[in-house]
Write a protein that binds this ligand. Structure first.
Ligand SMILES: Cc1cc2nc3c(=O)[nH]c(=O)nc-3n(C[C@H](O)[C@H](O)[C@H](O)COP(=O)(O)OP(=O)(O)OC[C@H]3O[C@@H](n4cnc5c(N)ncnc54)[C@H](O)[C@@H]3O)c2cc1C
Length: 506
């Protein structure tokens, strides 16, 4: 490994590996076997080929801000960190394209091209730190994705290293590629199909003007009705974000104090952008709609500073919850917008029944909820309770016709919730796709897809989700004597080498 990437680009000392034992989902942790920092596609391919040859499990990692545990090394993986691959390789303003390495931070791309009047649209709240490779893998969304679409709408081509080290070119910088939509499969595949090493994205010309309104409501129901009424009136805002009282309290205790009244139930941040002509009119119609829906106060930002403060308070809201709770899980589910009121009521009931506070901060325009489940991991059993509450909330989302994730992926957090959303036959189809790309299941094993019922028995006994590296090692020892090379259901088992944990060979 060191021969491929250089000694300074391999970490294997246990005290330095600890920081990689989890990502933004902290409810589970496991130690990686090593961390490797390749510098370009060729190095990624060579590293992967070596790992594949030695049957060592591995996973790609960007900034580690993922909230569903996709970058947690459950099987003692070698982590392939892409953060040193952070170049903007080329920009083509005339054709609105940029080619980036996967470790380029989302906001850095915009910063590099904004002087020329351009930007990259998908804007996760973590955009100042998360990488475009991680965004591709999670099909990340963001506040402005209501009008502009999520990551999949902004990626047109990629270089992709398969789990055996072969390099594919997927998608097409211009026009639709012929045949199966492989790029569509890769976006959102959570690092289970391979590693994106060069990504061609769409860039956009900055809108001429922006108007932002902040609307405060006594009742959540009125705020929810306003969201549907604005869209029903034919206006597609760039963003409609909602926060409830607990979230408002948290951000007001942070560095982004807005001064939200303590007796309102919901605040909406509504933004329209585009050509300057007509925007004043849109903003006035939005204010009108808020008033028809019993808003207490509604105000259009007077200047950029006020607008920036409102946005900071929204974008920093997840982190600010740390001011009101020692631990929290950021859930992520989607519902039809029109069911917002009843689903928020049901979440309040779940909070009351469980005794765990739940704050809500979310992309209301997309129906993409983020209940923040507050708990205290120092209290025995409370982490497990918070995880159970998360599942209950997701079941409510599915029951009203929604899904178990809007933008944060499945990872390990929601792997069992996939069974609530999908039938066995659906899961088998997904397993078949993964096996076509990743037949040895070496690349980010145990994420995204639960084992369908039919194969579960066999797989559980041999090679499946080990809850942590230690468990995996035990399984390895037990299996060493009896492991076959494949099983009857067609899923090949990797003949992994015994692991020393010392980092030898790296
Ligand atoms: C405060 C906060 C706010 C957030 N807000 C949002 C939001 O508004 N919208 C949103 O969508 N998400 C949000 N997130 C979640 C997270 O930032 C996104 O999921 C982001 O896309 C993860 O990027 P990353 O670089 O941190 O990836 P990581 O966490 O490092 O990895 C995420 C997954 O992608 C895989 N992966 C990483 N790089 C590659 C690659 N090059 N090729 C293949 N697979 C790869 C990993 O194996 C893992 O499964 C938020 C997170 C935080 C902490």
């Amino acid at each position: 490994m060191q021969r491929i990437v250089g000694k300074q680009n391999v970490i294997h000392e246990p005290h330095r590996l600890h920081v990689f034992s989890c990502d933004g989902y902290v409810a589970k942790q496991a130690m990686p076997r090593a961390v490797v920092y390749p510098g370009d596609t060729e190095e990624v391919a060579a590293v992967v080929r070596w790992l594949h040859q030695h049957k060592i499990p591995f996973l790609p990692r960007g900034a580690g801000t993922g909230l569903s545990g996709g970058a947690i090394p459950l099987n003692g993986e070698v982590i392939i960190s892409l953060v040193k691959m952070k170049k903007l390789l080329s920009v083509d303003f005339d054709n609105l394209r940029a080619v980036v390495q996967p470790g380029l931070v989302n906001l850095t791309l915009t910063k590099k091209i904004m002087g020329d009047g351009y930007y990259y649209a998908p804007d996760p709240s973590s955009q100042s730190v998360c990488t475009i490779g991680g965004n591709l893998a999670e099909n990340a969304g963001g506040s402005h994705c209501l009008k502009y679409g999520v990551t999949t709408n902004h990626i047109v081509a990629a270089k992709f290293v398969l789990p055996d080290g072969e390099v594919l070119d997927v998608g097409s910088p211009f026009g639709d590629p012929i045949g199966y939509d492989i790029l569509g499969l890769i976006v959102g595949s959570e690092g289970t199909l391979g590693i994106a090493t060069e990504i061609t994205v769409r860039i956009l010309k900055k809108p001429q003007a922006v108007k932002t309104a902040l609307a405060m409501f006594d009742r959540v129901e009125d705020a929810s009705n306003t969201v549907s009424a604005i869209i029903g009136a034919g206006i597609i805002p760039a963003a409609i974000e909602m926060m409830d009282q607990l979230a408002m309290q948290a951000v007001d205790k942070s560095n982004y104090h807005v001064g939200y009244p303590t007796d309102i139930e919901a605040v909406l941040l509504i933004e329209v952008d585009g050509l300057a002509a007509g925007l004043e009119e849109d903003a006035a119609r939005i204010v009108d709609i808020c008033e028809q829906n019993h808003v207490r106060t509604v105000k259009v930002a007077e200047d950029d500073a006020e607008r920036a403060l409102w946005w900071s308070s929204r974008k920093m809201a997840f982190g600010a919850i740390g001011r009101v709770s020692p631990d929290y899980i950021v859930q992520d589910g989607v519902i039809p917008r029109t069911r917002l009121t009843e689903v928020l009521q049901r979440i309040t009931e779940i909070s009351r029944e469980s005794g765990l506070a739940i704050a809500n901060v979310f992309h209301a325009g997309d129906g993409n909820l983020h209940p923040l489940i507050c708990y205290d991991s120092r209290i025995p059993g409370e982490t497990e309770k918070a995880i159970r509450v998360g599942s209950e909330v997701l079941q409510v989302c599915v029951d009203v016709g929604g899904t178990i994730t809007g933008e944060h992926g499945v990872g390990i957090e929601k792997i069992e919730d996939m069974r609530y959303q999908f039938r066995d036959v659906d899961l088998r189809a997904q397993v078949a796709i993964r096996d076509a790309f990743n037949p040895l299941d070496l690349c980010n094993s145990g994420k995204l897809i639960p084992t369908p019922g039919r194969c579960a028995e066999v797989k559980n006994a041999k090679w499946t989700i080990a809850s942590n590296a230690k468990v995996f090692e035990r399984l390895e020892e037990q299996a060493a004597v009896t492991r076959p090379h494949s099983v009857g259901d067609g899923h090949h088992l990797p003949a992994t080498e015994p692991r020393s944990g010392s980092g030898d060979g790296f």
